[in-house]
Design a binder for this molecule. Structure first.
Ligand code: HEM
Length: 522
């Protein structure tokens, strides 16, 4: 007899139909040696549910960790009342707290890939505001590789493993990047120690793309969001990351979970940068270009609130894996800027979530707003609304209606922001690409040890690439800063000599073999 059954405090195991399970160890058989019988209801339900336990992993940012907490507004933006710029209620009333959840992630690796990867870290926040949900889907680095959504699928294909061998290969990434000069700035961050944050608790966050804030007159400004960790920022050099990875592929998830479990709650301050919504001819870059930083001396960081994470998930799958964030999820008082990456992203998120989680993904507790939902978007698979509780009219599931159902909110209370346009429709790049200026500034701003590490990491990765790719990349770095280009060139030459000297032995399993010239010239 099972010892557990003596324990009065433990609930009885049941099937999903609520039937008590008296034997969870043995399938039903003809005699105790088998064969099995087909009416084994409990066994067949158990196995067939197990067969369906996983949802598809995210096409990007598959590896992640998450937690819950709150945002506390200061009611001000810097020294000014926040209402001057936005009517979003999440920012009004100093001291007001809004519940939230956060998911941190890496980008290119699969669901259980090592968290020591050289990769941007995702920093996605979902706030359950009184006006419905607000998602801020950002990264730790403040800029991005590309500025046009059309390039995203190709970029991700190039960054993920070779489709034939399923082996990651830096040549694929650099092949794409060498034809994408706007990525020079991001590559400069990524191959420096900033490309391997030590933990999730020690990363910054940024919305990267530009949004708008809209006030109660309907006037808008451009806004960029930044999270600053109160724990400080900590990055790793490659050697440190390799040592961690040899022992633990989940160190960042573990660090976040254990910190929250012991009451050491991580905290971030939220800052915004504000700019008038204009072409800004005085700038040498387009303010909507997400490969650029907005210079802090011209556009200072203004604090608006703080975020604390104080609860771990109870169930990772239900609360973190099924969490669905999107750049379209804005509240009243916020709007989209004309940033064309942002428009591309905004389509992509809810589209993938309808496939990844299902048409009714917004009904899952982690995704459902805490504000009332009065929508006529019903039915579909797994629609588990409780019509009695939802306040829905039993007969009127359409709008407009003279006899019942929901009605539109008043526009007078929420004056719309109405940007005007007068331009031809076209498929063209932007006017002020300035692909190298800020990349050079970032290179020069790094501390010596960060620059050393950058050159070493780039040289190692590029040494195994096709000569045409090496030359193109050296060209980009040289345009950013002459010293940068020269040092990468020398670094590649040195590394290639080392590889040559190692001769055929280097083909043995190990680091060098892992970055072989797979697919060269193809
Ligand atoms: C996740 C698309 C650019 C940050 C995703 C997902 C898609 C996607 C399809 C998976 C979502 C899911 O399965 O729930 C795109 C497209 C982009 C783009 C098409 C460009 C056109 C960016 C940029 C950032 C970013 C610039 C950084 C600001 C994230 C984050 C996640 C994510 C943090 C993970 C969200 C989570 O934790 O569930 N993206 N993305 N993406 N993306 Fe993007």
């Amino acid at each position: 007899m099972n010892e557990n059954r003596k324990d009065v405090h433990r609930e009885t195991l049941t099937t999903r139909q609520g039937h008590p399970v008296t034997d969870n160890q043995n399938i039903r058989t003809v005699g105790n040696r088998g064969p099995g019988t087909l009416e084994n209801y409990h066994f067949i339900e158990k196995i067939s549910h197990f067969d369906r336990e996983e949802v598809p992993e995210r096409v990007v940012h598959a590896r992640g960790a998450g937690a819950f907490g709150y945002f506390e507004t200061y009611g001000k933006v810097g020294d000014e009342p926040v209402e001057k710029y936005t009517r979003a209620k999440v920012f009004s009333g100093a001291g007001k707290r809004t519940p939230l959840m956060v998911r941190f992630s890496t980008v290119a690796g699969a669901k259980d890939s090592p968290e020591t990867a050289r990769d941007p870290r995702g920093f996605a926040v979902k706030m359950y505001t009184e006006d419905g949900n607000w998602d801020l889907v950002g990264n730790n680095l403040k800029i991005f590789f590309i500025r046009d959504a059309m390039k995203f699928p190709d970029m991700i294909h190039a960054f993920k493993a070779d489709p034939a061998s399923n082996v990651p290969n830096p040549q694929r990434m650099f092949d794409f990047v060498s034809r994408t000069p706007e990525a020079t700035h991001m590559i400069t961050f990524l191959f420096s120690p900033w490309g391997i944050p030590a933990t999730y608790r020690h990363i910054q966050g940024s919305g990267v793309n530009t949004y708008k804030w809209v006030n109660d007159k309907g006037d808008a400004v451009l806004v960029k969001y930044h999270w600053e960790p109160k724990q400080g920022i900590r990055n790793l050099i490659q050697e440190e990351a390799d040592a961690i990875q040899a022992k633990n592929v989940s160190h960042a998830t573990q660090d976040l979970y254990e910190a929250i479990a012991r009451g050491d709650f991580p905290e971030w301050e939220l800052y915004v940068q504000i700019m008038e919504d204009d072409y800004h001819p005085e700038l040498d870059f387009d303010p909507l270009d997400d490969t650029k930083l907005w210079p802090e001396d011209q556009f200072p960081w203004l604090s608006v609130g703080r975020m604390v994470l104080d609860r771990n998930p109870v169930d990772f799958h239900a609360e973190i894996e099924q969490a669905a964030f999107g750049t379209g999820v804005l509240v009243d008082g916020m709007d989209f800027s004309d940033d064309k990456m942002l428009q591309g992203r905004t389509f992509s998120y809810s589209d993938t979530q309808r496939y990844r989680v299902g048409a009714n993904y917004l009904q899952l507790p982690v995704n459902a707003p805490k504000a009332p939902v009065h929508s006529n978007q019903h039915r579909g698979q797994m629609d588990f609304r409780n019509p009695k509780e939802s306040g829905e009219s039993p007969h009127i599931n359409y709008e407009p209606s003279m006899i019942g159902g929901f009605q539109e909110a008043s526009k007078e209370e929420r004056p719309p922001h109405r940007p005007a346009y007068n331009a031809a429709v076209m498929s063209e790049p932007i006017d002020r690409p300035n692909n190298y200026g800020q990349a050079g500034e970032t290179y020069r701003k790094f501390a010596d040890w960060e620059r050393e590490e950058l050159i070493k990491n780039l040289s190692e990765a590029l040494a195994v690439c096709d000569k045409r790719i090496q030359e193109a990349m050296i060209g980009h770095f040289t345009q950013a800063d002459e010293n940068y280009g020269r040092r990468v060139k020398e670094g590649i030459e040195k590394k290639m000599k080392e590889i040559e000297q190692m001769g055929t032995e280097s083909k043995a399993p190990g680091r060098e073999a892992g970055i072989s010239k797979y697919g060269e010239g193809s």
